[in-house]
Design a protein around this ligand. Structure first.
Ligand SMILES: Cc1ncc(COP(=O)(O)O)c(C=O)c1O
Length: 449
């Protein structure tokens, strides 16, 4: 397996070589299963065929085989250039191949890549201390992804309820989540994820979750109940759900309802945290603080990491052996994360994100606002949504053909723009120019959302 990956990574394989390596000729139905790669040629086509023949079909991929990246640009195996307004779904905040990040990764990989959590390691402790210093939190727990961070937050919430009320026979075990939420795909996190499509095929998922309308204060106040609600999970700005921002009043109401009921308030900042809004943490915008915050995507600049940040009150309920992970918080990812924080915490960096985000929204309103399919442009910093009255898919395809990578969100009718935070104003202008040029592709679409 290793040698196969190395060969593809070098991308020097001839068609014959790939066929031999992947035993392609025996995989009769490969090309039939390729969703949209029928126009692909050469090496791209080979890779897509192989993918179709060996993967469990969980990803409906765009027909592009990406090979390298620099800054906000990506390049496919045919050498085509793409402006990346996706950043690996809000992951590559420093863009691709950031020299400081690369240096940090190489340096740490050649020193010590992995040790078990049975031992101490310097980058892990340094990163934990750094995160504690720049958040509301007293303590951290590392995981490997966003869903795992939320899974840990679920367990810590349950443990806290049990630990903090030792005399209560049936401590609070239930959770509250909201419409359009996305918290991950493991059995606990998916139970908190609103879209039925992600949950129903796998039921029974974790029981005891109530979904409430995002933003409805009175409903939330009534639903957060003492002795029942262990925790409330909420994204201060929803990414996957369609770039919806909470109001200050909503988050304040959740905070006080949780305090009254003895429930924990969990902010999922996996997508909106760490500088994306122009603030280090999205909740700073509101001045409302959680008991637990989960982070992941951008923290290690493209390497897998997740974090639960929490207060002493919650952490004191968690004991040795309650939770753990083999890989989590290894020296390599933690050293990489320290280099990401070094850049994001440089003076002026967050201000530049705010400025560029504002500029992007202004440009979008100016150039796209008059189009009848464009309903609204919203977001904060460099997490921006363009809501359409039709599916965004034809636009995504047309933009890609024109060298621009964008995402969808919501019910597929929202264009989601989450570029690298280091993107330039000129690149934003280029992105909006391509979006505007491609918009007419929607003209044939019937309004179906
Ligand atoms: C808000 C939020 N939480 C959790 C997750 C899950 O993260 P991961 O895909 O790393 O498991 C995501 C992923 O998109 C997310 O946007």
């Amino acid at each position: 397996m290793y040698s196969v990956q190395a060969t593809v990574g070098n991308s020097v394989s001839s068609s014959f070589e790939l066929r031999r390596l992947f035993n392609l000729d025996k995989r009769k139905h490969a090309s039939r299963r390729i969703a949209c790669g029928i126009f692909a040629s050469g090496e791209s086509r080979e890779i897509m065929e192989t993918e179709a023949s060996v993967f469990v079909r969980t990803y409906a991929r765009a027909p592009v085989v990406l090979k390298s990246g620099k800054g906000s640009k990506l390049y496919d195996v045919e050498g085509r250039e793409y402006l990346d307004m996706t950043a690996g779904i809000a992951v590559n905040s420093l863009g691709h191949g950031n020299p400081d990040w690369v240096r940090a990764v190489v340096e740490q990989a050649s020193t010590l890549a992995h040790v078990s959590n049975m031992y101490y390691s310097i980058p892990q402790v340094k990163l934990a201390k750094r995160l504690v210093e720049c958040t509301f939190a007293d303590r951290v727990f590392f995981s490997n992804s966003g869903t795992e961070a939320n899974e840990a937050a679920i367990k810590f919430s349950r443990k806290y309820q049990r630990f903090s009320k030792p005399d209560v026979k049936e401590p609070a075990t239930e959770f509250i989540s909201f419409s359009n939420s996305f918290h991950g795909r493991t059995m606990g996190a998916v139970a908190l994820t609103s879209k039925e499509h992600y949950r129903l095929p796998f039921e029974p998922v974790m029981p005891g979750v109530t979904f409430l309308p995002y933003g409805e204060i009175e409903t939330a106040k009534q639903a957060i109940r003492p002795g029942k609600t262990a925790a409330v999970f909420v994204e201060p700005i929803q990414g996957e759900g369609g770039i919806h921002s909470a109001t200050k009043e909503f988050l304040e109401a959740l905070r006080s309802a949780c305090d009254d009921a003895g429930a924990l308030l969990v902010f999922d900042e996996v997508q909106c945290g760490l500088g994306r809004t122009g603030y280090l943490w999205a909740h700073e915008v509101y001045g409302v603080f959680p008991d637990i915050m989960t982070l992941a995507k951008p923290l290690a600049g493209g390497l897998p990491i997740g974090v639960v940040l929490t207060t002493e009150k919650v952490a004191s309920a968690v004991s040795f052996g309650d939770h753990g992970s083999t890989f989590a918080g290894g020296p390599l990812v933690c050293h990489a994360a320290l280099s990401v924080l070094d850049t994001i915490q440089k003076p002026g960096f967050l201000a530049s994100v705010s400025k560029k985000g504002q500029y992007l929204k202004e440009l979008l309103v100016q150039k796209l606002g008059g189009n009848p399919h464009v309903k609204v442009v919203r977001g904060l910093g460099l997490i921006v949504g363009i809501e359409l009255d039709v599916s965004a898919s034809p636009l995504v395809d047309a933009c890609r053909e024109s060298g621009l990578l964008i995402l969808t969100a919501g019910k597929g009718n929202v264009v989601r723009l989450v570029p690298p935070l280091i993107i330039t104003e000129q690149e934003l202008e280029q992105a909006v120019e391509i979006l505007s040029k491609c918009l007419p592709v929607l003209d044939g679409s019937a309004s179906n959302v």
